[in-house]
Design a protein around this ligand. Structure first.
Ligand code: NAD
Ligand code: ZN
Ligand code: ZN
Length: 394
């Protein structure tokens, strides 16, 4: 089959590789109809995630048709159309039982790598380094999906791929980001990052009853999408306006009730601060650039919540612990526990409360994945979200 393979930082190649096979009686094989490039893939592409190896197949947002089932699979059969959640989870361990599926205790065969970096290991993840299991990803014609009776969600034929594909990751992730804010009537929520994850966080904050959502980024086309498609009430371009001053002005001096970081470890910062962070990260003196998170903490209202869905990998510099502690802030965070959100969010799509296809800006052939990564990394051609299809003309 053809698959998008990581061949080193900033070097991808679509190659012919062996087809996946059933390895466990609970596996299924999916013929991928659509897959997407995520902001999280950029951290791998740009070389910021340890334990990637040459030839690793990328991709953790994918859907398609079941073409083969292991002998103990009960729920799925050949021909079913499914969306696959990005964390791999067993459904029966201590954490899965609590709904914390991105912390499944049975799905990361390389837990010892992750323990060295993080203390304890999260779940395995498709196409996301050897530290998180070394599983082949879904930017390919076929993918092996473990724990098939628990993970994949059957989706109705009446909905397009673009309407349901993002149940695999970014819609639940944005939703969890908003849910962690504990939104109450009258609340103002600020969202850093107007990429697809930020846009779903904005839309979800509105669904959950936020009075006002303020969105922050530097790309005018993304700020416009945040307003016109995701429903942000106010946007701030941090290259033109002081975010700290603007947020004070908009909130009577108090700051937003909750702040969502939908940026993550490649946060951009203007001026010397940005150069300093980049230099430290490239010399491996820190793993994560946290400019947006720092700002989210510093501007959050006293007693408020900072919800972190942007991905971080290790250790960061100049973390404002004093602000957090002295002002009674709460931090909530996590890789999304996608499994628990898929069904309820599918129901919201079916009821017409939201149409997730609003994030798509580009549809390309799987063969063009490396070009897609370049466009998405540099935010060229007003790129917002790229869907890759194995059969698409290229
Ligand atoms: P993206 O690259 O499309 O968007 C990131 C946006 O952040 C960009 O528009 C960029 O301009 C903006 N940004 C950069 N620095 C900023 C700053 N200082 N202030 C405000 N905005 C800034 O990526 P995406 O697909 O939207 O993903 C966003 C983050 O969410 C990534 O870190 C990704 O890894 C993470 N993610 C987390 C989960 C999870 O389960 N927690 C799931 C999916 C993605
Ligand atoms: Zn993702
Ligand atoms: Zn589990």
């Amino acid at each position: 089959m053809r698959a998008n393979c990581w061949e080193g930082a900033k070097h991808l190649k679509v190659e012919t590789v062996p087809d996946p096979e059933i390895l466990n009686s609970h596996d299924v094989i999916i013929k991928v109809s659509s897959t997407a490039i995520c902001g999280s893939d950029l951290h791998l592409f740009n070389g910021f995630m340890p334990t990637m190896e040459h030839g690793d197949i990328l991709g953790h947002e994918f859907m398609g048709e079941v073409v083969e089932t292991g002998k103990n699979v009960r729920k799925l059969k050949v021909g079913d159309r499914v969306v696959v959640p990005f964390p791999i989870a067993c459904g029966v361990c201590y954490n899965c039982k609590k709904g914390l599926t991105s912390l499944c205790e049975n799905s990361n065969p390389n837990a010892h790598f992750a323990e060295q970096m993080m203390g304890h290991s999260p779940s395995g993840v498709f196409g996301y380094s050897h530290m998180l299991g070394g599983f082949a990803g879904g930017q390919a014609e076929f993918a092996r999906v473990p724990f098939a009776d628990f993970g994949p969600l059957k989706v109705p034929d009446g909905l397009t791929d673009e309407q349901v594909l993002f149940l695999s990751d970014i819609f639940p992730t944005g939703y969890m980001g908003a849910e962690m804010c504990g939104i109450k009537p009258g609340d103002t929520i600020a969202v850093w990052g107007c990429g697809p994850v930020g846009q779903f966080a904005i839309a979800s904050a509105k669904l959950l009853g936020a009075e006002r959502v303020i969105a922050i980024d530097r790309f005018p086309y993304r700020l416009q999408r945040a307003r016109e498609k995701a429903g942000a009430d106010v946007t701030i371009n941090y290259e033109e306006t002081s975010v700290i001053e603007a947020l004070k002005e908009l909130t009577g001096g108090r700051g937003p009730d909750a702040c969502i970081d939908a940026v993550g470890l490649e946060s951009h910062a203007p001026g010397v601060h940005g150069l300093y962070d980049k230099a430290k990260q490239s010399m491996r003196l820190e793993n994560d650039r946290i400019a947006a998170l720092r700002q989210a903490i510093m501007t959050c209202a006293n007693g408020g919540t900072v919800s972190i869905v942007g991905v971080y990998s290790g250790f960061a510099d100049k973390f404002p612990l004093g602000s957090l502690m002295n002002r009674s802030l709460t931090i909530k965070t996590g890789q999304c526990h996608v499994h628990r959100y898929m069904q309820p969010l599918l129901e919201r799509i079916e009821k017409g409360e939201i149409d997730p296809s609003f994030v798509v800006s580009h549809t390309m052939s799987l063969e063009d994945a490396p070009a897609g990564f370049d466009i998405f990394t540099h935010k060229e051609d007003d790129c917002n979200k790229i869907v890759l299809k194995p059969g698409f003309a290229h």
